[in-house]
Design a protein around this ligand. Structure first.
Ligand code: PLP
Length: 419
């Protein structure tokens, strides 16, 4: 029963250092968040010891009476949150949720149609060396070269020519909302299933601040750790019609024993996501992204060659366009890192620079909104970013401004790195 600091001081030091990094910098990676302490407590619990292959009431192991309660709570809560008929809360991650959903709905060699990776799609939506690209016949729709938005006429034309069995709507880097009704009607027209991967925007949907794909899709997949702020993991929502197929695709199709500590932590996250406090936080998330987009489309940003794809945002992230800037994506990411802001460089559609360099940044607001930031703080953050992206900048002065913000909003004040 010895503590981590005694058993493994090297790993304990990593945890402490990482907690310090999260506390002392501004986390703006769009796919990240700070899980509440309650979620981390469930995740770092005795449930990690339990094998529970199967589903509540139908397990292949004894002693599942308590973990059954946790899984049932997770399923009931997530169904209520999104208005779904059926939920599978066992996927270990977003990628395995997508693999299971495809496994359930289509067969090897069938066609899938998703958003081009280079235009904001995800690896699991058909990238060449991902399972999705190797097992299925991939076609892709891109964004319009002028508007940088998904054009539903192009989606329809591509679907009519490639005749996919599965259409995927969803993204990892796209600053606008998709038209789920239009996707549904195209899927019906070509006889395809519709899968929506809401990994990025699920928290906004839960808060009622983004259209809900559940009424339109055969299957909706998601991660639980991005805007939803839960444990690192996945979830699948579906209809009664597909429920059996989805469950057997997850187990035994894709996975063995579920991670019951993660399942319990998902239950906690889904409970929190139904609260007024969560909704208020998602409102600040959206507000923060709009403030950053506005600041980075102002005249001085334009002068520095900085702009924002699609001219703004409807979600929790902004895609910064650096094609006209002296800085490439890598240099811009490094500059922000130097002043204490963590973002990731991101290719813009039709990017002239190579993928390891890129001409863009993806900047997200979920983690800072969780930390408590509101309009005033996001205005300050936006200003720091705009100044850091100018041809010359004062790193020390900007670092001091970042430090002021991090000091005012303590992170995990009552918990150590192990919750
Ligand atoms: N789907 C989308 C749209 C994503 O953005 C991501 C993660 O970046 C995933 C799926 C995969 O999630 P995970 O990293 O949990 O496998």
């Amino acid at each position: 029963d010895r503590p981590l600091s005694e058993v493994d001081p090297e790993i304990a030091a990593v945890l402490d250092a990482e907690l310090g990094r999260q506390r002392d910098t501004l986390e703006m990676i769009a796919s990240e968040n700070f899980a509440p302490r309650a979620v981390m407590q469930a995740q770092g619990s005795v449930l990690t010891n339990k094998y529970a292959e199967g589903y509540p009431g139908k397990r292949y192991y004894g002693g599942c009476e308590h973990v059954d309660v946790a899984e049932e709570l997770a399923r009931t809560r997530v169904k209520a949150l999104f208005g779904a008929q059926h939920a599978n809360v066992q996927p270990h991650s977003g990628a395995t949720a997508n693999a299971a959903a495809m496994h359930a709905l289509i067969r090897q060699g069938d066609g899938i149609l998703g958003l081009e990776l280079a235009h904001g799609g995800h690896l699991t939506h058909g990238m060449k060396i991902n399972f999705s690209g190797r097992m299925y016949e991939v076609s892709a729709y891109g964004v319009d070269p002028q508007t940088f938005r998904v054009d539903m006429d192009v989606v329809r034309a591509t679907a009519l020519s490639s005749r996919p069995k599965l259409i995927i709507a969803g993204w990892s880097a796209y600053p606008r909302q998709l038209d789920f009704e239009a996707f549904r009607s195209i899927a019906d027209e070509v006889g395809a299933h519709l899968m929506v991967d809401m990994a990025h925007f699920a928290g906004l949907v839960a808060a009622g601040l983004h259209p809900n794909p559940v009424p339109h899709a055969d299957v909706v997949t998601s991660t639980v750790h991005k805007t939803l702020a839960g444990p690192r993991s996945g979830v699948i929502l579906t209809t009664d019609e597909h429920a059996k197929k989805i469950d057997s695709a997850v187990f035994p199709g894709q996975q063995g024993g579920p991670l019951m500590h993660a399942v319990a932590a998902k239950a906690v996250a889904f409970k929190i996501a139904g609260s007024e406090e969560f909704r208020e936080r998602q409102t600040r998330t959206l507000e923060g992204a709009k403030i950053i987009a506005e600041r980075l489309t102002a005249a001085d940003a334009k002068e520095a060659g900085v702009s924002v794809l699609t001219g703004g945002t409807d979600v929790h992230l902004v895609l910064v366009d650096l094609r006209e800037s002296q800085l490439d994506g890598k240099q811009a990411e490094d500059r922000l890192h130097e002043v204490g802001i963590t973002v990731n460089r991101n290719a813009v559609p039709f990017d002239p620079r190579p993928p390891m360099v890129t001409s863009g940044l993806r900047i997200g607001t979920p983690a800072l909104a969780t930390r408590g930031f509101g309009a005033a703080e996001f205005t300050e953050v936006a200003d720091i970013i705009a100044l850091a992206l100018k041809p010359s900048f004062d790193a020390d002065a900007l670092r001091a401004r970042v430090a002021k913000l991090t000091e005012r909003f303590p992170l995990y004040p009552s918990a150590g790195a192990t919750a």
